[in-house]
Design a binder for this molecule. Structure first.
Ligand SMILES: [Zn+2]
Length: 81
């Protein structure tokens, strides 16, 4: 497996990332990318908003909102340094 992902790879896997459906190793590589890539960070932010909206629309959809917020917060802190 590649140690680095392109922005396209991140984009494809981001929903799985937010739903906590990808393995830890892949997630770590994604986090490495996202914390250094403004484009993917804003993409994650956009996706977070989309999920919140879809939760309001389809109440049965399980989205770990706490997880999303935590991840976004941590990435943002790291990115700002
Ligand atoms: Zn990127």
């Amino acid at each position: 497996m590649d140690r680095y992902f392109s922005c396209k790879d991140i984009y494809r896997m981001l929903s799985g990332y937010i739903d906590d459906e990808i393995d830890t190793m892949v997630r770590e590589i994604m986090e490495e990318h996202i914390k250094e890539c403004e484009r993917c960070l804003s993409l994650l932010h956009t996706l977070e908003k989309t999920i919140v909206f879809s939760r309001e629309t389809h109440r049965r959809k399980k989205v770990p909102e706490r997880f999303v917020k935590k991840v976004y917060y941590e990435i943002r802190i790291r990115y700002k340094r």
